[in-house]
Ligand binder design. Structure first.
Ligand SMILES: C[S@@+](CC[C@H](N)C(=O)[O-])C[C@H]1O[C@@H](n2cnc3c(N)ncnc32)[C@H](O)[C@@H]1O
Length: 284
């Protein structure tokens, strides 16, 4: 499995997935989709943190942002199948720490919050020998008040809160192998649930404009894990990313053999970059 978020070798991307990508507002686009037609949504909307997108104004009032979020999320609810999963990645700024929680609360009557996953970008582990190992990256802030923010949320919403997931598809080996026989539920397998802290570092890049020409992407690996956790027969599934960006969810969908992937993006530059990453050509 490739571990890079860079533009992959195009020859490697011989995906069977049908990519249905549109340079279009996602609300307008989703309104053309049938009710209960999507199995899986993996997305990160703009966070309203003043990010310098090429087209989109990421500086709405909090109220306008939350109202708009409800509009697009209501469309997600309408198109999502009853057993579907909606993974919503959202981060915050130290000066605006409530926003991810306010957004989740705003969607409270549309979805059940089934899991809260913490996407850890950087962490320091201190084994008991007195050493400290730091891994991952973050953009350092210069502040007398705030710690550096090294994580974002991934809210796993479902319609019922009772959707089965494939925990072992994103599982990890037991550190202490005696636990394999100790616990009956392992059925002899060396796999356990990894929990809800997912350490997924950004890849080190040399040039943002060449390697990751977008100010706010999630790693392909984050989408890979969401797809695996949702589980199921990927070839029969339809996956949606309302805020396509440069297409990292689309790359993960192609790798996983998702049957149909639908994506919307309003910015022409990001949209064409996504198509390039998927090595798609021709009319939109
Ligand atoms: C946080 S980024 C998503 C990045 C994407 N997940 C990736 O990894 O490449 C949000 C994206 O939403 C796009 N966007 C903003 N408003 C939109 C709308 N109404 N419909 C579709 N896309 C929109 C922005 O241009 C931006 O590329």
């Amino acid at each position: 499995m490739p571990d890079s978020d860079f533009l992959p070798g195009l020859e490697a991307l011989a995906f069977k997935t049908r990519f249905d990508l549109h340079l279009r507002d996602c609300v307008e686009g989703m309104r053309t989709l049938a009710d209960d037609s999507v199995d899986l949504v993996v997305t990160s909307p703009p966070y309203n943190l003043g990010i310098n997108y090429a087209d989109y104004d990421d500086n709405l009032s909090s109220q306008a942002y939350l109202e708009w979020s409800r509009v697009w999320a209501a469309e997600v609810r309408r198109v999502l199948k009853p057993e579907g999963s909606f993974f919503l990645n959202v981060g915050s700024a130290p000066a605006n720490p409530w926003m991810p929680h306010e957004l989740a609360m705003q969607l409270r009557d549309l979805f059940t919050l089934q899991n809260t996953i913490h996407w850890i970008k950087s962490i320091t582990v201190e084994p008991r020998d007195g050493s400290a190992i730091s891994v991952g990256h973050f953009k350092p802030i210069n502040s007398k008040r705030f710690l550096n923010d090294c994580h974002e949320f991934v809210f796993h919403f479902t319609k019922s809160g009772k959707v089965p997931v494939d925990r072992l598809a994103v599982g990890v080996p037991y550190a202490d192998k005696s636990n394999i026989t100790r616990w009956g539920h392992t059925e002899g397998r060396d796999k356990r649930c990894r929990g809800n802290n997912w350490f997924i570092p950004y890849q080190t890049i040399k040039s943002r404009s060449k390697d990751r020409p977008h100010p706010a992407t999630f790693p392909v690996e984050l989408a890979r894990k969401c797809i695996a956790l949702h589980g199921g027969e990927t070839a029969e599934m339809t996956m949606l990313e309302p805020f396509l960006g440069i297409g990292h969810a689309a790359v993960a969908a192609g790798e996983a053999g998702i049957g149909t992937f639908i994506g919307y993006e309003i910015d022409e530059v990001y949209f064409h970059e996504a198509r390039t990453r998927l090595s798609l050509t021709g009319a939109d």
